[in-house]
Design a protein around this ligand. Structure first.
Ligand code: NAP
Length: 296
């Protein structure tokens, strides 16, 4: 595991951002900030896709961002990019499927920066195909990353947030968590778990100053689709043609800092899906298996 620290620089004030009326990037006023008052965000899975876009966005809005993932070259170039835009960032290279590496991330973060103001549990993997053809090792990693790492990181950082009386945990779920589908058995189940975990915690922490939010994105343009196809026995997830840019999710995460919410859909209209699914789940029962079979 490697760690690379960041330097103090000039950024937008988090507190001032609370009063911005609009969320457009151009509206962010850049004012001097000190390390003592600057807010911090820990973003897991920040080496690509939604995590990288979120880290960039939060840095642009004045937070010091701590990036966690495995690909060091990607993390290094993102830190360079953030710094070149006058933001502040550092990275910790870690495999979050490992309990020991997660503990190490917790130790390093709290030692260097204290409890983060924002924790974005974003790192996640998927797999598409028949569950009975899924390698057990892949299923196990999916559970360790999508479920165990989120529970563990949240459990580690929450006490600090609760005792400080402020904090935001954003769990990147998926619309699939509300729409169990063929071909994504483990992935759907992991995101359903995340949904229940987040909403239960949101309720438990009401009045504590800490908010737990779950994001339910639809398809997003990232490496996610290539990766599912490249994993052992994996196929390409069909929903890709409807994908939208990762910056849309990043923008929604930044908005949560100003206006915490329990559940966020990206794009917003995809919020209709759970209701449609409840009313017409029978259609998925009929058409879904055909779609998966066609992919063989
Ligand atoms: N793309 C979509 O359509 C979509 C839709 C809804 C929800 N989501 C969710 O969004 C999140 C981000 O996915 P993405 O779409 O941005 O895909 P992505 O570009 O593949 O990003 C996945 C991130 O997770 C990291 N990661 C994977 N395995 C890891 C491990 N063992 N330890 C630490 N980090 C690990 C990857 O970094 P390294 O490989 O460098 O470790 C990468 O930074 C996931 O939770 C996914 O389920 C995606």
């Amino acid at each position: 595991m490697n760690y690379h620290g960041g330097a103090v620089c000039f950024t937008a004030s988090f507190d001032n951002l609370l009063f911005l009326k609009t969320y457009n990037e151009v509206d962010v006023e850049v004012i001097p900030e000190t390390r003592e008052t600057q807010k911090t965000a820990l973003v897991t899975g920040a080496s690509s896709g939604i995590g990288a876009a979120t880290a960039l966005r939060l840095a642009q809005e004045g937070l010091m961002v701590i990036l966690v993932a495995r690909r060091q070259d990607r993390l290094e170039s993102l830190v360079d990019e953030i710094r070149s835009k006058n933001g502040e960032a550092a990275f910790i290279r870690a495999d979050l499927t490992s309990l020991e590496e997660r503990e190490s991330v917790f130790d390093q973060v709290t030692r260097e920066w204290g409890t983060p103001d924002v924790l974005v549990n974003n790192a996640g993997i998927a797999w598409y195909g028949y569950y009975h053809e899924m390698k057990w090792e892949t299923a196990r990693s999916l559970c360790q990353l999508n479920v165990e790492a989120v529970m563990h990181m949240t459990r580690r950082f929450l006490p600090g947030m609760v005792s400080r009386g402020s904090g935001l945990v954003v769990n990147i779920g998926s619309i699939i968590g509300k729409m169990p589908t063929q071909g994504t058995v483990m992935y759907s189940a992991s995101k359903s778990f995340l949904d229940t975990f987040s909403i239960s915690l949101y309720r438990e922490l009401r009045g504590s100053g800490v908010t737990v939010s779950v994001m339910r994105p639809g398809p997003i343009i990232t490496e996610f689709f290539d990766r599912t196809e490249q994993s052992p026995n994996g196929r390409r997830i069909p929903a890709e043609r409807f994908a939208i840019p990762a910056e849309r999710v990043a923008k929604a995460v930044a908005r949560l800092i100003r206006r915490p919410r329990k559940v966020v859909y990206v794009p917003f209209w995809i919020g209709i899906v759970p209701a449609l699914y409840n009313a017409a789940g029978w259609a998925v029962d009929l058409a879904g298996p055909l779609l998966l079979r066609r992919k063989q």
